[in-house]
Design a protein around this ligand. Structure first.
Ligand SMILES: Nc1nc2c(ncn2[C@@H]2O[C@H](COP(=O)(O)OP(=O)(O)OP(=O)(O)O)[C@@H](O)[C@H]2O)c(=O)[nH]1
Ligand SMILES: [Mg+2]
Length: 398
């Protein structure tokens, strides 16, 4: 396994940069930067300071206004900061200009996510997918170069193809890209065959935002030992296990987690990982209900699932980490007004989602094994329906 900068002495320092506007107010922006900080932490860097600016449209040349950029520049210089991480994707020319101004590494969200994937990819398949995504990210940014930086410095954002980009030209990268694509097509075929060989058992896929507890749940259901940890993107490769609930067998797969603004290059190259989702009969959409942004997480997962045509599948919503769920207490309750969501109790959420999902919503704690029986019953109900249609002569029920 690849270790991501374990010792604190090896960790890099970073400042985060985000904007506040009509679509993301101060609170939203802070939540997004929390997530960015978690990503930065996963990649191995400590955040020294956050910079935000109220800005409806980012500056085309420098993203933020020049006054703000000066402020960041002097902070970076004074505190010897290794890199500035921007919450939004920067255009190639913005990247180039900002690097010249700040004189430190400049990463955007996409770059950071690609870097984490690169460090965490364990199988040759995952590595090939990440490498392809990195080259595709790099290609339009080739003119930028890291000329004013120490070229072989390495570290976050410099792993993978970034290191050799100076010696490489566009043509070579394009050749690389087509080679990698060929390689992936080959592996895809093998994997499709493997999936085909799994027979006709009902397939259930765990999907959900990153870090919600999919692998933990997989381990509980399949009594397996899949890596689960408090890092973003702990899982990059799909794991499949056979699970039996009351004589009813089915296949359960654990997949890569989703994230807001998943880089398009990654969606593209992880398509085959998502084949697992595409070919599933049932989806278990896991949600971390203790996260303040969980409703938005649900939406961004549904968006990605929509892109791979998964919306029509029977879905069970699993709200995990109920042990950590907290809500605010309203000071006065006006019976005429609908209560804001931040005041909702778990029971309120349960009522809403049970009716929305026609009963297919379960509230659990995978960690504490709370309500696992209820989850098993719900899965049984959904899976047995498909199973008995597929194997009409087999009365597995008895
Ligand atoms: N308190 C609490 N923590 C949980 C629960 N379920 C999982 N966790 C923790 O949440 C963290 C993430 O769990 P994982 O199972 O790795 O999450 P994942 O969805 O597989 O994450 P990725 O593979 O990164 O997408 C771990 O630290 C788990 O121990 C729960 O019910 N309660
Ligand atoms: Mg996982």
């Amino acid at each position: 396994m690849i270790e991501i900068k374990p010792r604190s002495s090896e960790r890099e320092t970073a400042v985060l940069v985000g904007i506040i506007n009509r679509w993301q107010d101060e609170e939203k922006s802070a939540e997004y930067l929390d997530e960015l900080e978690f990503l930065a932490d996963t990649a191995g860097s400590d955040v020294a300071k956050r910079f935000t600016q109220k800005l409806d449209v980012p500056h085309p040349k420098t993203f933020l206004g020049s006054g703000k950029m000066d402020e960041i520049q002097s902070y970076v210089k004074e505190h010897d900061i290794d890199m500035a991480i921007f919450d939004d994707e920067l255009t190639p020319s913005q990247l180039k200009n900002i690097e010249q101004m700040l004189k430190c590494k400049v990463l955007d969200r996409t770059n950071l996510i690609l870097d984490i994937f690169a460090a965490r990819a364990q199988t040759s398949y995952a590595r090939t997918q990440v490498e392809l995504a990195q080259y595709e990210y790099l290609l339009p940014r080739l003119t930028r170069m890291w000329t004013h930086l120490e070229r072989q410095k390495g570290g976050i954002g410099m792993r993978g193809p970034g290191e050799t980009q100076i010696e490489t030209d566009r043509r070579i990268i394009q050749q690389k890209i087509s080679l990698l694509k060929e390689k992936l097509t080959k592996i895809d075929k093998q994997m499709a065959t493997q999936r085909g060989n799994r027979g006709s058992l009902v397939r259930v896929a765990l999907v959900g935002y990153t870090n919600v507890g999919k692998s933990t749940l997989m381990n509980r259901m399949a009594k397996s030992e899949v890596l689960a940890e408090n890092k973003l993107f702990a899982t990059l490769d799909t794991t499949v296990r056979k699970v039996v609930i009351d004589n009813l067998p089915f296949l359960l797969s654990d997949t890569v987690g989703f994230i807001r603004k998943l880089p398009t290059q990654l969606v593209e190259s992880f398509k085959s990982t998502l084949d697992e989702v595409r070919e599933a009969d049932v989806l278990i959409h896991v949600v971390d209900i203790s996260h303040s942004n969980f409703m938005e997480h649900i939406e961004s997962v549904n968006e990605t699932i929509g892109e791979i045509d998964g919306q029509e599948k029977p879905t069970i919503m699993v709200f995990n980490k109920i042990d950590l769920y907290k809500h605010e207490e309203p000071e006065v309750i006006d019976p005429e007004e609908e209560l804001e969501e931040r005041y909702w109790t778990l029971e309120d959420w349960e009522r809403t989602w049970m009716s929305r999902m026609n009963g297919n919503a379960v509230f659990i704690s995978a960690e504490n094994k709370t309500n696992m029986d209820e989850l098993r019953k719900t899965i049984y109900k959904v899976v047995s329906e498909i199973h008995s249609k597929r194997f009409p002569f087999e009365n597995f029920l008895y």
